[in-house]
Write a protein that binds this ligand. Structure first.
Ligand SMILES: O=C(O)CCC(=O)C(=O)O
Length: 257
C-alpha cells in the first residue's frame, strides 16, 4: 500500500505515514505545464552527453528556471519544513535519466559513502530529505521506477547483498508525470529497469541541515544568486554568520509565513 499525501502542508496522517514507511508519494505536486517545462529543461541538460547512459546532473536549476521553481515549490516546501524545521539547505539536486534498456541500480541508502549516516546512530537519523519529481510516466513497473523497502530506514541491520532473490517487501513506486516522492535517505531504494522505448526522467531535490556540505556544486553560481529570490538564496546556504564563533543569531530564511 502506497503512503499517499496531497500537495501543501503536511498533515498528521502524512507525517505518521512518512515516519512508518520512510517515504510519501504526493500525486499532482506539479501542474502539467510545470512538468512540461521541467522535462524540456532536463532534456536540454542531458542533450550534450551520450544517449543511452544512466546519468545524474547536479545544479541544473542554475541554468533552468523551471527547475529553480522546485527549490521552494509550494506543493512540497511545507512538508520539508514540517520535517526539517526552518533551518535547512538544498544540499544537492540531481536531474536523473534512466535510458531505455537500463537494467536497474542496486539497493542502497543515500548519504556520504566515506562516512555513512548510519554510523551516527541506529536507526539512522534523517539527514537528507529527498524529493523526486517524476517528469515522465511511471504508471506501471519496468518504467525505470524507484523501488523502496518500506520502513527500512529504521532497520538496525545492514541489508544482505546479492541474495539472488527480489525482496517481497519492496514497493515499486508507480506514478505519473508531476507526482513527487519524498523519502528519508535511510530507506533502502534503487531505480529499476526501463523496458520502455523512452528515457525516464526524475528531478531529485535534496534538503539537509545547513552543516552538511553541498554535493552537487563546488560553490553557488554568483550569477544565479544575483538573479534568484532571497528565499532561494537562503535555501542555497547563503546565510550570514552574525556572531563568531558560535554562529548564533542566524536570520530565519524569509519564508512567507
Ligand atoms: O533516480 C533514480 O533512478 C535513482 C536515484 C537514486 O537512487 C539516488 O540518487 O540515490
Amino acid at each position: 500500500m502506497t503512503p499517499l499525501g496531497t500537495p501543501g502542508p503536511m498533515t498528521e496522517r502524512e507525517r505518521f505515514m512518512f515516519d512508518v514507511a520512510g517515504y510519501l508519494v504526493v500525486p499532482d505536486a506539479l501542474t502539467p505545464a510545470e512538468v512540461d517545462a521541467c522535462l524540456e529543461a532536463a532534456k536540454r541538460a542531458h542533450a550534450p552527453f551520450p544517449a543511452g547512459q544512466w546519468r545524474q546532473l547536479g545544479a541544473v536549476y542554475e541554468r533552468e528556471d523551471a527547475v529553480a521553481e522546485l527549490i521552494d515549490h509550494p506543493s512540497i516546501l511545507p512538508k520539508v519544513r514540517a520535517l526539517l524545521g526552518d533551518y535547512f539547505i538544498l544540499q544537492s539536486s540531481w536531474c536523473t535519466v534512466s535510458p531505455p534498456g537500463f537494467t536497474g541500480g542496486g539497493y542502497h541508502q543515500d548519504g556520504s559513502a566515506p562516512y555513512e549516516f548510519r554510523r551516527l546512530s541506529l536507526p539512522t537519523p534523517l539527514v537528507q530529505l529527498r524529493v523526486g519529481y517524476f517528469l515522465t510516466d511511471q504508471s506501471e513497473p519496468d518504467m525505470g521506477n524507484m523501488v523502496m523497502i518500506p520502513g527500512s530506514h529504521n532497520a538496525a541491520l545492514p541489508m544482505p547483498r546479492n541474495t539472488g532473490e527480489e525482496w517481497p517487501i519492496r514497493e515499486v513506486i508507480c506514478g505519473k508525470p508531476g507526482d513527487a516522492l519524498l523519502f528519508h535517505q535511510g530507506v533502502f531504494h534503487c531505480g529499476t529497469e526501463n523496458r520502455k522505448n523512452f528515457p525516464r526522467y526524475i528531478q531529485h531535490m535534496v534538503y539537509a541541515p545547513p552543516w552538511l556540505i553541498p554535493s552537487d556544486r563546488q560553490r553557488n553560481d554568483p550569477a544565479f544568486l544575483e538573479r534568484t529570490t532571497p528565499l532561494r538564496r537562503a535555501l542555497l546556504g547563503e546565510w550570514k554568520r552574525p556572531e563568531e564563533p558560535f554562529g548564533v543569531g542566524y536570520e530565519r530564511p524569509p519564508f512567507r509565513d
